[in-house]
Design a protein around this ligand. Sequence first.
Ligand code: 5AD
Ligand code: SF4
Length: 438
Amino acid sequence: MSAPKKLFIKTYGCQMNVYDSERMAEALAVSGYARTETQDDADLILLNTCHIREKASEKVFSELGRLRALKDERPDLKVGVAGCVAQAEGDEIMRRAPVVDLVVGPQSYHRLPAMEEAVQKGARAIDTDFPAEDKFTVLAGRPKAARGPTAFLTVQEGCDKFCAFCVVPYTRGAEVSRPADRILREAQELAASGVREITLLGQNVNAYHGHPGGLAGLVEALSGIEGLDRLRYTTSHPNDMDDALIAAHGNQPKLMPYLHLPVQSGSDRILKAMNRKHTADQYLALVERLRAARPDLLLSSDFIVGFPGETEAEFEETLALIRTVGFGAAYSFKYSPRPGTPAAERPALPDEVADDRLQRLQSLITAQQHAAQEAMIGREVEVLFEKPGRMPGQLTGKSGHLHPVHVTTDQLRVGDIARVRITGSGPNSLSGVATIPA
Ligand code: 5AD
Ligand code: SF4
């Protein structure tokens, strides 16, 4: 038997891309590819790309420049571009980058084996369709290989919200939910391979409607899977937090007390210009209801600063909202005009103004993150251990609140859930002492 061909996938962007990369590797395993962690011995290199901000897209073209040199040395090497840049700029990539052998969009990667075969015969292949068939029904079940204790599972894709800054509705297409029975089967396969925590993924995950009870119904159904101890979901839109899902945070013990609920801005005028379809007060009222259901819920958000037309006073309204909520973490971005989106037509703010706001917002968020971490000191939390720590004898895992926790122990191993008393807080993680294994 010939040695397996080697596949190297470089993943950019969000967790959905991480999930898609795994599924692409599994699809190409059927064509005889084994995944490798370095491009040096790869026969096929796939870039699974992100189009959300300009910087993310630019990275792809500079990486393709580097790969051209590699391909000059190794002419048999094949190069593919997948993901959202492939979807948005596939034709241009084919035109501008002769190094690229194949381009495949996020909705058509189940066709990769056939495309790879064509490429081996010397063709260049592009597929950026939104096919009628659902890729997940064409792809085989998850292989029974041993896995780490945490996994992602895409349950929903696409978005119908059309926020004025966002390319997702164009690159990932309309909102589609996977049927609950298929998700349950996949979750069972993952649990049987050693997975104890699943993060349900979707661009608008709480718009999920593949179960009669919506996302709350899916969470309840998944809670029945033996061996699966923890559930999370991301990313949510405030307008899709229905009563049942809010209640689930109080009555579903497997649902972890951390929620990523992007608000983007604290100014009603900017929220309207962003087409977010909710006000700052509506968001705050939602946070109150969630905390009534689950008092120790830790919240995180995304923020965009320097949106076209944002005044200093409007930016300060965002800071005020952050102070009112008290976030456990947040991701903040300088507004980046994206081709084809309504906001890209509007005059941009000067770069220095946006940079200054980003810095001020980030220092407030960092202070809140540290406060949330320090509030854990002295508390006992459950940690799922994911990997060995950096120090000898150390294990690293996550608490329910998604804090990384380091513990020095010879009693526990990766995959264990144990009670840990938190004793210290560093810049981005906690440390603690294991008490009784749970
Ligand atoms: N510019 C800056 N940030 C953006 N995001 C989405 N589109 C843009 C853009 N054009 C941010 C939003 C979103 C997160 C995934 O990326 O905050 O929630
Ligand atoms: Fe983009 Fe999220 Fe808005 Fe959808 S809800 S358009 S994915 S920012």
